[in-house]
Structures are given as structure tokens and as C-alpha cells.
Design a protein around this ligand. Structure first.
Ligand code: ADP
Ligand code: ASP
Ligand code: MG
Length: 450
């Protein structure tokens, strides 16, 4: 069997859902499990409601919810059979309106935000299941929440793999084995007590790979709006080329450093079983896309050392200078304990004899981190930075790469540079406004176009 995941743009409107039906039909022999994201823009629209709720604006809430329901209704009207999903969607929107009205005048709690954000996937999956059934496929809607059991870290919940594996096998396998097509939600889960959670933004890719691992799938297909993993984000570098193959490691590094096309954790559940991920364009289903699989097979390709360049904006650099750290044991450990205590993830680290620079993306707990780090030395932060990452399995074994890289980055100023422990990436920090220009110049240097 296979897992086929369709992202927001691949279910955005009736023609996208029409193409999805074609893809699923062409995969029937592979016994697909279909995972869908919310219709493009719906998760953002739902999260946008928190502001309206905070202000207690009943009319604005009605208008926004009506617009979201209408997005689904428009698709439903255009596809035979899909209208059967609308009573459930409209009913759930009414319930949501009541739940949100009860919270007027206050900020929503993290658990409530997850309940809200996850509605988009529940609705899109109803719509897609009905559209597939209307097209004559034996599709059946499956609620992922009792299967995708997670911890209660709302907004970035972690799955409980043993329960997930057992329940996915118990609930989904009999369906695929009977020739039915389960249609379920990406992104969402629930705690063991049944409270709704989400796996973090862009998390539907992760859902697909978790199910792929649990069900020992032959492959996991990620259907999106580009031809695959590319040498750079085509929105930044229009001439970016599609990679035909990439390793799990490369995909993970690129995703961590900003290549939105895959959630950073996507490859992780599949590594042990060596299950391939194929990234495909739902508007061009015949394009071969990118195949992501174990690195051993790739090293034989002998490509250019760099495979792709990614960047991520909204980065803050935290610098700690402590003359005492010179020759002192335990300084780094004490520093990392601060980040660990406040659950703040560090992306890039560079250190000299008396100072350490680290980058963080999530600023929510930064003030307490800075306060606690202040006990170790002088701390200062720099905002509006971007991380640029040059990734490729060949970086390990190519001398002189740093010189080419610095030549290309000029005249932008590089502030922190680091080579990942895996030695397949070089990352550095630049001012946010320099990010796109730096990516284009690096693309010119390593791929001959920008
Ligand atoms: P989906 O809704 O299908 O999950 P996303 O918007 O999450 O799609 O991801 C696809 C987008 O990722 C592309 O439209 C592209 O702009 C962006 N992207 C960023 N870096 C890359 C890259 N290296 N290769 C391909 N796409 C990339
Ligand atoms: N709909 C969710 C988001 O926008 C999950 C996803 O698309 O993967 O983040
Ligand atoms: Mg995505």
C-alpha cells in the first residue's frame, strides 16, 4: 500500500480536487491511504479568528465563518456527490461559532487554538471523501484523531508511535485490504483523553510519513504545487531546477532551514524501514518529481556537491559573551540547560573562545531565556535575521567550498557561520533583507543561474 498526501493547493478548489480524483484513481492498484490538508488558506483564516474572538466581534466572526464554509460549498457544487459533505461542514461551523462566541473578549488558550486550527482538515477531508465517492471510488472518511494519539504540547504535539502504529494497522489496514480508499486528515491528532492537538504548521507531511511507517507502506507520496524538491525555492529563484533524487538527510536539512515543501520531520519516521518519499506536482501528475531515499544509493550519482539552497526569515541571534568561559568546563552545558528548561529550539550554533552565538526562531519565551543566560555572561540579541543553508551530500568531501560560498555571498555581511554535525550543510546568518539576494547569488555560483 501507499500513503498519498495532498497539500492545501492540491485541494484548493474544484479543479484541484478534480485532479486529485484522477491521481487517486491512477493509484488504486497501490491501495492508497489519502491524507489531506485544509483547503489552501483555510488554516490561516481559522487562526485569524482568534483576533476577532478577542475583540468580541460577532458580525465579523459570522462573516469569516460563512466565507470559509462557502469556499467548501463552491467546491462541493462543482463536483458530483461532493455536496453530501456540506451538512457536516456547515453543522461543524455552527458549533464552532458557538464555541468561539463563548470565548469573546479573551485570548484563546493553546488547546483551543488547536481545536480551531484543526477544523480545516476535518472539513477538507469530508469534502474530498465525498468527491471521491461521487466519482465512483470506494472512498471512506476516517477520523485520524483516535489513531494519531499525541502528547499535550498544543501547537507542536508529538505522536505516541506505539499507539499510532497499533491503531493505524487496526483501523486502516482492513480498509485498504478490502480495496477501499480511506480519506483522512493531516496535521491533527488528539491526546489520550481526546483533546484535539496539531503537529505544528505544515504538519500534514509528517502525518503522511508517520502513517507510511506505521503501515509499512511501499512509498509516501507528497502531492504539492511544485515539481519536487528544487535547487532553491522557485519563488525566490525562478530558474530553480527539480532534483530527481535526494537523501533523507538532505531533505531534512533543507526542510529545517526553510524549504517549506516538506515538514522538517517528514523523513524521520521512514528512515529505519527505508521507505521512499516521492514529492510530486498535483498540476503535472506525469512529472517524475523527487525521490527521497537512503543516502547510500545517492552517493553513486556523483552530482555537484551542493544540491539545494534554502533560507528562513524571522530569525533572532542570541549572543552570549563570558570571559569566564575561557577554559571553564560546563559553560556550554549550563547555557543549553537554559534553552532546554524553556523548551526553546536552537537551529544554528557558533562559538569562539569567549562567546557563543545561537539562532532561535520562536521568540515567545526569549525574554526568560535572556534573563537566565544573563547569569552566565553578557547577552545581546539581534533581530530580523535570516538563516541561509547550503545543503548537499557532497559538501562532506569537497575542499574549497567555503571560499566559493563566501565569494558568492558578498557584499552581504555574514554574521554567524556553522557547519552542521552531519557535514552535509553549511549555514550562515545574514540580515533578513539580504536573504533573497544571497540565495540568488549562491544559486548562480553553484547552478549557473538565478
Ligand atoms: P503544500 O500546501 O502542498 O504542503 P507548501 O506551500 O507547504 O505546499 O510547500 C510548497 C512550497 O514550498 C512551494 O510552493 C515553494 O514555494 C516552497 N519551497 C521552498 N523551498 C523549496 C524547495 N527547495 N523546493 C521546492 N519548493 C520549495
Ligand atoms: N493546514 C496545515 C497548515 O496550514 C497543515 C498543512 O498544510 O500541512 O499548516
Ligand atoms: Mg506544506
Amino acid at each position: 500500500m501507499i500513503v498519498t498526501k495532498f497539500g492545501g493547493t492540491s485541494v484548493a478548489d474544484a479543479s484541484a480536487v478534480g485532479r486529485l480524483i484522477g491521481v487517486v484513481r491512477s493509484r488504486l492498484r497501490d491501495r492508497p491511504v489519502v491524507v489531506v490538508s485544509a483547503l489552501a488558506g483555510v488554516t490561516d483564516a481559522l487562526l485569524g479568528l482568534q483576533e476577532i474572538v478577542h475583540r468580541g466581534q460577532a458580525d465579523a466572526l459570522d462573516a469569516a465563518l460563512t466565507a470559509v464554509v462557502e469556499r467548501h460549498a463552491e467546491v462541493a457544487r462543482a463536483l458530483p456527490g461532493a455536496a453530501s459533505a456540506m451538512p457536516a461542514i456547515a453543522g461543524a461551523a455552527t458549533t464552532l461559532r458557538e464555541e468561539l462566541s463563548a470565548a469573546f473578549g479573551r485570548l484563546l488558550r493553546p488547546a483551543e487554538l488547536d481545536m480551531l486550527a484543526g477544523r480545516g482538515e476535518l472539513w477538507s477531508s469530508r469534502l474530498v471523501a465525498a468527491a471521491l465517492a461521487g466519482a465512483g471510488l470506494d472512498a471512506t472518511w476516517v477520523d485520524i484523531r483516535p489513531i494519531m494519539v499525541t502528547d499535550d504540547r498544543f501547537g507542536r504535539a508529538a505522536p505516541c508511535t506505539p499507539i499510532l502504529t497499533a491503531r493505524a494497522r487496526e483501523c486502516l489496514r482492513p480498509l485498504t485490504e478490502a480495496g477501499r480508499v480511506p480519506v483522512t486528515q493531516g496535521f491533527i491528532g488528539a491526546t489520550a483523553d481526546g483533546l484535539p492537538t496539531t503537529l505544528g504548521r505544515g504538519g500534514s507531511d509528517f502525518t503522511a510519513s508517520l502513517l507510511g511507517a506505521a503501515l509499512e507502506a511501499d512509498r509516501v507520496e507528497i502531492w504539492t504545487d511544485v515539481n519536487g524538491l528544487m535547487t532553491a525555492d522557485p519563488r525566490v529563484v525562478p530558474s530553480a531546477r527539480t532534483l530527481r533524487a535526494a537523501s533523507y538527510e538532505e531533505a531534512a536539512e533543507l526542510a529545517t532551514f526553510g524549504a517549506r515543501v516538506l515538514h522538517p520531520a517528514t523523513a524521520q519516521p521512514l528512515v529505519r524501514a527505508g521507505i521512499p518519499i516521492v514529492v510530486l506536482n498535483s498540476s503535472r501528475p506525469d512529472d517524475p518529481g523527487t525521490r527521497i531515499e537512503p543516502s547510500a544509493e545517492l552517493e553513486r550519482l556523483g552530482d555537484s556537491p551542493v544540491r539545494s539552497i534554502s533560507w528562513k526569515r524571522g530569525i533572532t541571534v542570541v549572543n552570549v559573551r563570558a570571559p569566564r568561559m575561557l577554559g571553564a568546563y560546563g559553560f556550554l552545558r549550563a547555557m543549553f540547560e537554559v534553552f532546554e528548561r524553556h523548551e526553546v529550539v536552537v537551529d544554528v550554533l557558533a562559538s569562539s573562545e569567549v562567546s557563543v552565538s545561537l539562532t532561535v526562531e520562536d521568540r515567545t519565551r526569549l525574554d526568560v531565556v535572556v534573563r537566565d543566560l544573563g547569569e552566565l555572561g553578557e547577552v545581546w540579541i539581534e533581530d530580523h535575521r535570516a538563516i541561509v543553508a547550503v545543503v548537499g551530500i557532497g559538501i562532506r568531501s569537497t575542499p574549497g567550498l567555503a571560499a566559493r560560498l563566501f565569494g558568492a555571498v558578498q557584499p552581504a555581511n555574514v554574521e554567524v557561520i556553522s557547519q552542521g554535525a552531519s557535514a552535509i550543510n553549511m549555514t550562515f546568518v545574514v540580515r533578513e533583507e539580504d536573504g533573497p539576494g544571497v540565495v540568488r547569488r549562491l544559486h548562480q555560483e553553484f547552478f549557473g543561474s538565478c
